[in-house]
Design a protein around this ligand. Sequence first.
Ligand SMILES: Nc1ncnc2c1ncn2[C@@H]1O[C@H](COP(=O)(O)OP(=O)(O)OP(=O)(O)O)[C@@H](O)[C@H]1O
Length: 270
Amino acid sequence: MPGTATGTTAARPKTTGITVTDLVKTFDTGGAGMTAIDHVNLHVPEGSFFTIVGPSGCGKTTIVRILAGLEKPTSGRIDVAADHAGEVTNSMVFQGDSLFPWLNVWDNAAYGLAMRHAPKPEIRDRVGHFLNKTGLTPFAKAYPHQLSGGMRQRVSIARAFANDPDVFYMDEPFSALDEQNKTILQEELLRIWEESRKTVVFITHSVDEAVTLGDQVLVMTARPGKVKALIDVPFERPRSVLELRREPKYGELVYDIWDSLKEEVQGAQL
Ligand SMILES: Nc1ncnc2c1ncn2[C@@H]1O[C@H](COP(=O)(O)OP(=O)(O)OP(=O)(O)O)[C@@H](O)[C@H]1O
C-alpha cells in the first residue's frame, strides 16, 4: 500500500517503548547473503522522539520495516509496547508522494481509521482535528494532484496522526521538500506530536533535522549497519525549529554528530 501505512505486530505485554536485541538482517542476493543490519541493540523510550541517521545503504529503512512488521529479521528480537489491547498499531510516513490519487484529502486522511472500521463520529472528529492542525481544512475535497508537495506531506501526517497508532515510523518524510517547506513541516510535526507524545522513530539524512526533532539521535555505521553512537538531545519542549538554531549547543551537537558520521559517510562511498 502506498503512503501512510497502518500495520500491526505481535504485542508483548510487559514492554515499554521499543527494544531491539541483537537484530541481524541478511538479504538473500542470489549468492552469498548480504548483511544489511549487524547485531543492532537499541531501546526507544516510550513516548520519545527517536531519530536515526547514517550513511546511505546502512540499513535505516530496513530497521524501520522490521519494526513495523513489514520485513522479517534474520535473527534477534523486537519488542514493541502496545497501548491498545492485543496488538501494536503503527502508522508510517514515507518520503515523497504517498497518497491514494483517487481519494480526496479527507478520504486519504480517513483511510486508516476507515480500514479499522472506527465509528463514523470518531472518524469525523479525528480527521477534522488533524486536517485543521495541518491547515488542510479548506482543501478537504481536493485531490492529491491539485496539491503542492508540502501539502501532500501534510495529508500524510494528518493521516498518520488521525490513525491514533501506538507508534509512528517516519522514513525521511521531508527529504523531497525544499528548505522552507521542510522547516514549516518540522515545526508543524513537533506541534502535533507534542499533543500526544506517542513514540516516534524518524529516519533522516539530515543531522540538523535529527537534532531539531529528536530526544535522541542514533548514529549508524556504514553497511553492515551497526550502532555507532547514541546522542541525547537536551533541548526542552515545546521546541521552536528556528529558535533552536540560535542556541550555541545546537551547533555543537550538530558538529559532534557530523564528526561521528563523517568517516561512515566516506566509508559508504568507497
Ligand atoms: N529486499 C532487499 N533485497 C536485497 N537487498 C536489500 C533489500 N532491501 C534493502 N537491501 C539492501 O540493504 C542495504 C540497506 O538498505 P536500506 O534501504 O535499509 O538502507 P538505508 O540506510 O535506508 O539507505 P538510504 O539512506 O539510501 O535510504 C542496502 O545495501 C540495500 O541495497
